[in-house]
Design a protein around this ligand. Structure first.
Ligand code: PAF
Length: 282
């Protein structure tokens, strides 16, 4: 089995990446917070299609959590994650400590624009500034040719694309389709924290989005009845506590009153203290 190098400092990552590029090879970054699952496997396999070498970063980024309890509860099975990367043939893992990423005196952050104001940005103040800051630091350390992000975090993908263009970061951003369980639940590290009962109830999330798609395909153009059709599914599910259900423009991530070309619907739903997000094209 190929050996996956485990790097822990920005300097080591830069040296690794410089070496790869000196050999004339392209580097792909798959940025993760660990607790890797089949969804991440698909990001790695897409990364392999776009580059000669793949680096997976594993860092639970404190800056993007709006609640300490969520940050503390986030799973950190680092040995399993490295073993999984090894099985996948990943060339290097970058797993910095919090103090390597944010040394004493750290105070510079990257502030996203209006794309980050709605949905996840509105529900989790400061979340996207945490994401853009850490992704900028990862891009600066790894200097990848290409980086792969999942469409499950659709707004994150849009914010990162915009930031990469606005700041001339020179990284090609590739979108990976959402990977789902057989019942439709989008794969997420957070699924592992659901009780059996909550996991059973969580299927209401993709079913709610299905109901929205059915309404749109039946000719409904107005966002109100489309979101109402989706919310009705969640309201029938006692364990589900929806936070938002929004029809939005994929370019601006702003809510739409009526479905236009390319419109999507996104939701965040709580099951106990686990918050799941998902989205679909309408
Ligand atoms: O999507 C994630 O796992 C995180 O938001 C990311 C992009 C790794 C930044 O911490």
């Amino acid at each position: 089995m190929p050996v996956t190098q485990v790097l822990t400092s920005p300097g080591d990552v830069r040296a690794w990446s410089d070496g790869v590029r000196c050999d004339g090879e392209r580097v792909a970054l798959v940025a993760t917070m660990g607790a890797l699952h089949v969804g991440h496997d698909s990001l790695v396999s897409l990364a392999n299609e776009h580059a000669d070498r793949v680096l997976v970063s594993i860092f639970v980024n404190p800056l993007q959590f709006d609640r300490d309890t969520d940050f503390d509860a986030y799973l950190r099975p680092i040995d399993d994650d490295v073993a999984r990367c090894e099985r996948l043939g990943v060339d290097a893992v970058y797993a910095p400590t919090a103090s390597a990423m944010y040394p004493a005196g750290f105070e510079t952050t990257v502030t996203p624009g209006a794309l980050a104001d709605s949905m996840e940005g509105a529900a989790r103040p400061g979340h996207f500034a945490g994401v853009t800051t850490v992704v900028t630091k990862l891009f600066a350390a790894v200097r990848p040719d290409v980086a792969v992000f999942g469409e499950k975090d659709f707004q994150q993908l849009a914010v990162i694309r915009r930031m990469t263009a606005d700041l001339d970061l020179g990284v090609e951003i590739v979108a990976a389709p959402t990977v789902r369980e057989s019942d439709g639940l989008a794969l997420s590290s957070r699924n592992q924290r659901l009780s059996d009962e909550q996991r059973f109830a969580a299927v209401s999330v993709p079913r709610a989005l299905d109901a929205a798609v059915v309404a749109a395909r039946a000719g409904e153009r107005s966002s109100g009845p489309i979101t109402a059709a989706a919310m009705a599914v969640l309201e029938r599910t006692p364990l589900a506590r929806p936070e938002y259900m929004t029809v939005f423009d994929p370019e601006t991530c702003q809510p739409l009153d009526a479905v236009a070309a390319g419109a999507r619907i996104a939701t965040a739903v709580w099951f106990g203290d686990v918050r799941l997000i998902d989205n679909r094209a309408l």
